[in-house]
Design a binder for this molecule. Structure first.
Ligand code: SF4
Length: 280
C-alpha cells in the first residue's frame, strides 16, 4: 500500500504555537493551577492529554481562581478578560494566534481613535466575540451580502473593516465590493489567514491522485468535516478520529491512500494512523 500525506495538514501555525505554550506551562509550573477558558482545541484526544497533565478547562471567567495561571487559546479573548485577570493577579499565558492579535490591535487602536468597527464574520464564533471585546462590543458584525446591503450606515462616520481569519475569501470580496459602494469613509483590512485554504487546496489536489482518502480529526471540528467533504468529491473518503476507527479490511483493498488532518489534529494521532497503514 502506498501512502501520501497532504502537503498542508494538521496543526496550523497558531494552534501549534498555542499548544506548545500551554504544554510548556503545564510541565514547568506544576505548583500553580493552570486554566483555559474553553477547550484549547476541538480535539478530545489532545485535550485529554492536557487535562491529564493538570489543565483545568472552565467555561466562565469567574471560575478561574485568583493568583493562578490562565492560558488564552489561539482564538483570543476580549479585553475585559485581561482586565479581570489583572485585578485577580492571575498570570496570563497569551497563546492568541499572532494573526488574531493583529486584528485585535487594529480594532482597539481604531476604536480608541473614534472609528466605527465593522467585523466580517460569524457573531457566534469565539474569535469574533473576542475581537468585538476590543471595541467594547460595539462592532457591527456582517456575515452576508444581505447584511452588507441592508445595514444603515452614516455618511458622517469613519469606518474600518476587518475580517475573521477563517472567512471565505470569495464571500469577503463580495461584501467588500458592496461596502466600498455604500460607505463614504472606510478603510479595509483583509485579515484572512490562508492556513485553512492551504489545507483545503492540498487535500483537494491529493484526493484527485489516490484511490481513497483518510481525513483525521475531532468529530466536533468543522474544518475537518469540510476537508472530508472536499475529498469525497474526488474519491472514497473515510473520516476518522483516531487509528482505532480504521476499517483495516476495507482500507487494504486500496493501492494508494491519501492522508490529511484538520487544523486541530495533533501529530501523534496522524503518526499512529500512518504507522498502522504502513504495517498493512
Ligand atoms: S487558522 Fe490562521 S489565524 Fe487561525 S490559528 Fe491557525 S494560523 Fe492562526
Amino acid at each position: 500500500m502506498k501512502i501520501k500525506i497532504a502537503e498542508f495538514s494538521g496543526y496550523c501555525y497558531g494552534v501549534k504555537r498555542a499548544m506548545d505554550l500551554a504544554w510548556e506551562e503545564l510541565t514547568t509550573n506544576s505548583d500553580k493551577k493552570v486554566y483555559s477558558l474553553g477547550p484549547l482545541i476541538h480535539n478530545d484526544q489532545a485535550m485529554k492529554k492536557f487535562t491529564e497533565n493538570g489543565l483545568i478547562v472552565e467555561d466562565s471567567i469567574d471560575k478561574i481562581e485568583k493568583k493562578s495561571i490562565a492560558i488564552v487559546r489561539s482564538h483570543g479573548l476580549p479585553k475585559d478578560f485581561y482586565d479581570k485577570m489583572d485585578i485577580n493577579s492571575t498570570q496570563i499565558v497569551d497563546a492568541t494566534c499572532p494573526f488574531v492579535k493583529k486584528i485585535q490591535d487594529i480594532v482597539y487602536e481604531n476604536y480608541k481613535s473614534g472609528h466605527i468597527i465593522i467585523l466580517i464574520g460569524d457573531a457566534d464564533h469565539p474569535e469574533i466575540k473576542g475581537i468585538n471585546g476590543w471595541s467594547d462590543n460595539s462592532s457591527i458584525i456582517i456575515n452576508s451580502v444581505e447584511d452588507a446591503e441592508e445595514f444603515v450606515f452614516l455618511d458622517s462616520e469613519s469606518y474600518i473593516v476587518a475580517v475573521q481569519t477563517t472567512y471565505k475569501l470569495e464571500k469577503y470580496l463580495q461584501i467588500e465590493k458592496i461596502l466600498k459602494n455604500r460607505l463614504k469613509k472606510v478603510e479595509f483590512f483583509n485579515t484572512i489567514c490562508y492556513a485553512t485554504r492551504e489545507r483545503q487546496d492540498s487535500a483537494r489536489e491529493l484526493s484527485k491522485t489516490v484511490d481513497a482518502m483518510i481525513v483525521i480529526g475531532g468529530t466536533s471540528s468543522s474544518n475537518t468535516k469540510k476537508l472530508a467533504e472536499i475529498c469525497s468529491e474526488n474519491c472514497i473518503t473515510f473520516l476518522i478520529e483516531t487509528s482505532k476507527d480504521i476499517d483495516i479490511k476495507k482500507i487494504s483493498s486500496f493501492n494508494t491512500i491519501g492522508i490529511t488532518a484538520g487544523a486541530s489534529t495533533p501529530d501523534f494521532i496522524i503518526d499512529e494512523v500512518k504507522d498502522l497503514l504502513l504495517t498493512k
